[in-house]
Ligand binder design. Structure first.
Ligand SMILES: Nc1ncnc2c1ncn2[C@@H]1O[C@H](COP(=O)(O)OP(=O)(O)OP(=O)(O)O)[C@@H](O)[C@H]1O
Ligand SMILES: [Mg+2]
Length: 249
């Protein structure tokens, strides 16, 4: 059984087809990336999976539950977690409080106490290595630290599927390599599937993903193991906008 099935999903904004008849599956515990040029529909696809808005057509099935019409909070309770492209912590709340908020709104949901949420926060603070910042306001962190807090907040929600929207945008190669190693470790220790949308950072895609979906103009272009996808002439063409022969020249 797959963890998530996207079946013939379409989303329009007025006359624009932002996501066009997309179908794919995500398996338990897998690491994959959704990439594609600007405007390809990646963020819209993410928003359709986690319920920011509903699909116009098609179905989204999470662990055999049809969540197509579920609001975002209900999908979060079922185990669909996400990080945001731009982390927006509560700036005056501490790192610990920001992460605990995730615990209170996640899959464990209303059943967990504030104390338990704080314990969960401490656990994930250890994992992201920000112990010394635990009681500091999150607003004072560096951009990379804010991304880590954002990931910890999402993990405290106990997702079985974690969607990461551009977790590595704007990072230097060293930070990217560290983040890739960190995300792989999370997958192993938490046993969750992670879908990362890493945009044009091919270094991150190659290091992170076992499988890559490439979107182009809202549609699925390829769904292949990473090495095949990255060397696929169709992919090279949409990224560079020229025939692959010239792209290699
Ligand atoms: N809320 C919206 N209202 C209208 N059009 C939108 C909306 N969100 C996205 N679009 C349009 O839908 C298309 C897909 O956008 P989307 O943000 O999903 O692409 P993306 O692949 O994430 O791009 P990027 O690489 O720039 O982040 C674009 O043409 C975009 O302008
Ligand atoms: Mg986007």
């Amino acid at each position: 059984m797959s963890l998530l099935r996207v079946e013939n999903v379409t989303k329009r904004f007025g006359g624009l087809v932002a996501v066009d008849d997309m179908s794919f599956e995500i398996r338990h515990g897998e690491l994959m990336a959704i990439v594609g040029p600007n405007g390809a529909g990646k963020t819209t696809m993410f928003n359709l999976i986690n319920g920011v808005f509903p699909a116009d057509e098609g179905r989204i099935i999470f662990e055999d539950v049809d969540v197509t019409r579920y609001p975002a909070y209900k999908r979060a309770h079922l185990g669909i977690g996400r990080t945001f492209q731009i982390p927006r912590p509560f700036a005056s709340a501490t790192v610990r409080e920001n992460i605990a908020i995730g615990g209170m709104f996640g899959a464990a949901g209303s059943e967990i106490s504030v104390d338990r949420a704080m314990e969960l926060a401490d656990h994930y603070i250890d994992i992201i290595g920000l112990k010394e910042h635990r009681d500091k306001p999150a607003g004072g962190l560096t951009p990379v630290e804010k991304k880590l807090v954002e990931i910890a907040r999402a993990l405290a929600m106990k997702p079985r599927l974690l969607l990461m929207d551009e977790a590595m945008a704007g990072m230097n190669p060293k930070d990217i390599d560290e983040m890739v190693a960190f995300i792989r470790e999370i997958r192993d220790t938490e046993g969750i599937a992670i879908v990362s949308m890493v945009e044009h950072i091919m270094r991150a895609v190659a290091g992170l993903a076992e499988r890559v979906i490439v979107m182009h103009q809202g549609a699925l272009l390829v769904d292949e193991p990473t090495q095949e996808a990255l060397s696929d002439p169709r992919v090279i063409e949409v990224y560079l906008g020229q025939p692959p022969e010239e792209a290699h020249a």
